[in-house]
Design a binder for this molecule. Structure first.
Ligand SMILES: Nc1ncnc2c1ncn2[C@@H]1O[C@H](COP(=O)(O)OP(=O)(O)OP(=O)(O)O)[C@@H](O)[C@H]1O
Length: 249
């Protein structure tokens, strides 16, 4: 479970003055459901996901992951959470096996348990053929599978994907969408960000739409569809964004 309550974050300094990236956001992601954070570029998605993943602190508001407060119990939160971003990379010289061992140890897993986790993930993501090859010599799709396995090494109950399909071809993107469905079947809490409505309609049970750091929609995907005014969901997404701009003006 992820509970986000009235979170605010403003970037200060850096030459561009103040940027109010997240402005009073609240929602709840339930176990066994997939929650999508949909928004255009610069709407605050990454900022919020970094706060949820303990990589950044909010100015105001609270976030709980698996019942733990991200500000006060960061280490505990990280035990329950896997975080994958589209910009994540692998150390070129380390093999997938070495990466998995390294990240497993970082999560406090060792010995027989670590060996068992690595062999389960090797099977699930078909890493066997290149498990000991330096990562610099893997294809994009192979690297992506290793990064997913690395994210899941500690079998987290909560999984967060930040624009994780960016730059992937259809097969690699499909592997990721299959994984998201698999996580839901296993009863995990899944939160993913995207700027693509098609990914939301393929995967999400619940959705919030971000614009300029504020929520212009929060509810189930079914309700979004049933309240739709425009003929396509893509047009409905644009309508929700532009009506918020009009309201702000
Ligand atoms: N470190 C930073 N310093 C100053 N401003 C920042 C910083 N990081 C992000 N911003 C600004 O905060 C706003 C929200 O950015 P964020 O990256 O959270 O959005 P996003 O929805 O993830 O965008 P994208 O889809 O392009 O990745 C943007 O206006 C961005 O320029």
């Amino acid at each position: 479970m992820i509970v986000v309550e009235d979170v605010h974050k403003t970037y200060r300094g850096g030459g561009n003055g103040e940027v109010a990236a997240v402005q009073g956001v609240s929602f709840r992601c339930e176990p066994g459901r997939v929650f999508a954070l949909l928004g255009p570029n610069g709407s605050g998605k990454t900022t919020l996901l970094r706060i949820i993943s303990t990589l950044m602190k909010a100015d105001f508001g609270t976030v709980e992951v698996a019942g733990q407060n991200v500000r006060e119990q960061g280490a505990e939160v990280r035990k329950h959470l896997g975080f994958l971003t589209g910009t994540a990379g692998l150390h070129e010289k380390l093999s997938p096996l070495e990466s998995l061992e390294f990240f497993g140890r970082l999560q406090g897993i060792k010995g027989k348990l670590l060996t068992e986790r690595i062999s389960a993930l090797t099977e699930q993501f078909e890493l066997g053929e290149f498990l000991k090859r330096p990562s610099g010599r893997l294809s994009m799709g192979q690297k992506q599978r290793v990064m997913i396995a690395r994210t899941l090494i500690h079998d987290p109950g909560v999984v967060v994907f930040d624009e994780a399909t960016t730059g992937l071809d259809v097969l690699a993107a499909k592997a990721l969408t299959d994984l998201i469905r698999h996580c839901r079947e296993e009863g995990k809490t899944v939160l993913f960000s995207t700027h693509i409505m098609g990914e939301v309609s393929m995967l999400a049970d619940d959705v919030t739409i971000f614009h300029h750091g504020k929520q212009v929609y929060l509810g189930t995907f079914e309700d979004l569809k049933s309240q739709q005014v425009e003929s396509t969901l893509e047009d409905e997404f644009v309508r929700l964004l532009t009506s918020e701009e009009v309201a702000d003006a």
